[in-house]
Design a protein around this ligand. Structure first.
Ligand SMILES: [Zn+2]
Length: 380
């Protein structure tokens, strides 16, 4: 390969990167949790940088309202109701077929998070969902893996890098105790109450704010993976594009020695499996917890384990009683959708049958009870 054929040439010239940094990136495995405004940008930057394996977990399908800021997706993906993880994987395979991109269509929760995190050198939280962030913090501390997280809402955003205390010798990212910092629970022992924080649903989000937060996350991730010697320190960056202000704070020394997670190693958020365990293999959707999707007038209901081809056919046949059924396959996933109108309004139902899970998305209402009744009526 001559210099002009080297796609990572500009990156290797960076201080601390070089051929060695590129080799480390190639050997790295990164878990990107969430493939929305942050996750699309982060996973694209990781793939373009030559990270060896990028695993993307997301439970949602591409919606037309995502396209304003979720940079890997197209109108066609929204029309075909492609699961975001699969759409991202397909696009990223065109960017660099040499990177192994794994798409997992699933919700990350206390019951599966440790399994998804365990095989990776770094976790990048792109969810902007506090409950899951605390679950991922428990995983990061428990496994001794760095956690990068970010968020954006309105014109503002933030990103942080956490290097949990660890005695483990990590595969790619190694650091000594002097560089370790607080975990999320050292900084805020409990997640905010629902309604306590603004969401993109309540105040909107500027794509640039999401893009900057995601680029900060990817920047932390790439430096953590490539740099020799490692110069990344635990830090929190905040910005506001309405005023043009940026601030950065080192988190070195912010550790709470009495922290229940990184101090006493009690992983409360990982222990909350009872809320999700019931949805695992029982197939009883009434036992599972619906989620109202931010800004979408839609509700998602986990339906449990993956479906056999025969079950998919049976579901499609039942849905045909409501309206015209459309079936689209991508990778190992299939979406089965139909739309109809009823006296209380327009409704749509999409069943996303993936290799890892099955979920229903009910459109036309943000009322979980309405969504449950639609699923019960149509799917039985
Ligand atoms: Zn802590």
């Amino acid at each position: 390969m001559n210099e002009f054929e080297d796609r990572h040439l500009r990156q290797k010239r960076l201080a601390g990167f070089g051929e060695e940094g590129q080799r480390r990136l190639r050997e790295s495995r990164v878990l990107v949790v969430g493939c929305g405004a942050l996750g699309t940008v982060v996973s694209e930057q990781l793939v373009r940088a030559g990270v060896g394996t990028v695993t993307i977990v997301d439970r949602d399908i591409v919606d037309v309202t995502n396209l304003q800021r979720q940079t890997l997706f197209t109108t066609r993906d929204a029309e075909r109701r492609v699961p975001k993880a699969e759409a991202a994987k397909a696009r990223l395979a065109q960017v660099d077929p040499g990177v192994a991109v794994r798409a997992i269509v699933d919700d990350v929760h206390a019951g599966n998070a440790l399994r998804y995190c365990a095989d990776h050198d770094l976790v990048v939280d792109c969810l902007d969902n506090f409950e899951t962030r605390y679950v991922l913090n428990d995983c990061a501390v428990s496994l001794g893996i760095p956690l990068v997280y970010g968020g954006a809402v309105g014109f503002r955003g933030m990103a942080a890098v956490l290097l949990p205390v660890t005695g483990a010798e990590r595969r790619v990212i190694a650091y000594d105790a002097a560089r370790a910092g607080p975990c999320l629970r050292c900084l805020a022992p409990q997640p905010p109450e629902p309604g306590e924080v603004e969401t993109c649903d309540s105040v909107g989000v500027l794509s640039s704010a999401a893009g900057i937060a995601a680029s900060l996350e990817a920047g932390f991730a790439l430096r953590l993976l490539a740099e020799t010697p490692l110069s990344v320190e635990p830090a929190l960056v905040r910005f506001d594009l309405a005023t043009g202000s940026f601030s950065s704070a080192s988190l070195l020394g912010a550790r709470d020695p009495d922290c229940s997670a990184c101090g006493r190693r009690v992983f409360e958020f990982l222990a909350q499996t009872d809320r999700h365990g019931a949805t695992g293999d029982s197939g009883d959707f009434m036992a599972s917890r619906p989620r109202v999707l931010c800004g979408r007038n839609a509700v998602e209901i986990p339906l449990g384990a993956p479906l056999s081809p025969a079950s998919r056919d049976r579901i499609a046949a039942r849905m045909a009683a409501c309206g015209e059924v459309r079936r689209e396959s991508f990778g190992g996933s299939e979406s089965i959708s139909c739309a109809w109108s009823e006296p209380t309004g327009a409704r749509s139902l999409v069943v996303v049958a993936a290799t890892d899970s099955t979920r229903a998305l009910v459109g036309g209402s943000d009322d979980p009870e309405v969504a449950r009744s639609v699923v019960a009526r149509v799917l039985g």
